[in-house]
Design a protein around this ligand. Structure first.
Ligand code: AMP
Length: 255
């Protein structure tokens, strides 16, 4: 296999991270009407890393392809990704269907095979479903090695070294391409798209596919029963002295 990188970056359109989500009236999910959507922050980090790898050595990277599985509106996040440095993009249009991580992974597997990608960089999780599954399932389907929660990525020919954030430390792994990597928060700080690049991105390719074009059915294995807000916290009491605090704790049988 040529050591030139053909990078696939799956990006999900999610409710903007700065917005406080509200549960809808039917308690089936989060209210999406009139809410700002953006690229999932961990996917933005995955894209940033891919663009930095290319900027560091143009000859090393043949292509950066961003793919989103979502509604027609997900074209917005693809255009933003193109403006930030992706070469081409694909929308896999699923309308308003919620697609489970296994199905997303199956769709991505088909794209990897079509593209002959040798590196997939995903976010470690989508901030809407918090599933943290897609990268791992994709690696399983492809039978590729995977390095999750990356905080540093170094590529030397076909050898990739990934530092992972783990509880209380760092774990360094080495693997040969092809490889699946998922990104953690501290890998990099994504750039903003500049206006000239936003204009230029309008001319970059944006293809549209349906799941049936990839021979994948949108099968649902999970049913959401109910989504509720966390219980409201009861108001606390202020104490003036440590003695008073100890007395209160004793009253509550806490000590
Ligand atoms: P999740 O497993 O849902 O937490 O998502 C982890 C990562 O998988 C995301 O950061 C994306 O890189 C990718 N991913 C998940 N869902 C989608 C989607 N609908 N479209 C594109 N990429 C996705």
């Amino acid at each position: 296999m040529s050591s030139k990188l053909r990078i696939l970056v799956p990006v999900k359109r999610v409710i903007d991270f700065a917005i406080k989500p509200r549960i809808n009236k039917a308690q089936t999910g989060v209210e999406t009407k009139g809410v700002k959507f953006s690229i999932n922050p961990f996917c933005d980090i995955a894209l940033e890393e891919s663009v930095r790898i290319k900027e560091a050595d143009k000859d090393k990277v043949e292509n950066i392809h961003v793919v989103s599985v979502g509604p027609a509106k997900a074209q917005d996040v693809l255009r933003t990704a193109l403006a930030k440095g992706a070469d081409n993009s694909t929308l896999i249009d699923v309308g308003d269907e919620e697609v489970e991580p296994l199905t997303v992974a199956k769709l991505l597997q088909k794209v990897v095979e079509k593209d002959k990608s040798n590196l997939v960089i995903l976010g470690k999780q989508a901030i809407d479903d918090d599933a943290n599954q897609t990268g791992q399932m994709l690696a399983g389907l492809l039978n590729w090695p995977q390095a999750t929660n990356a905080s540093k990525i170094e590529i030397d020919g076909e050898t990739v070294t990934v530092t992972r954030e783990i509880d209380g430390g760092a774990d360094t792994l080495r693997a040969k391409l092809p490889l699946v990597i998922t990104t953690d928060l501290r890998l990099n700080e994504p750039r903003y798209a500049s206006l000239p690049n936003i204009m230029k991105a309008k001319k970059k390719p944006l293809d549209k596919l349906k799941p049936s074009d990839l021979n994948i059915d949108l099968v649902k294995r999970l049913e959401t029963l109910k989504v509720v807000e966390p219980p409201v916290r009861e108001a606390g009491i202020k104490v003036e002295t440590v003695d008073e605090l100890v007395a209160k704790l004793k009253d509550l049988n806490a000590i």
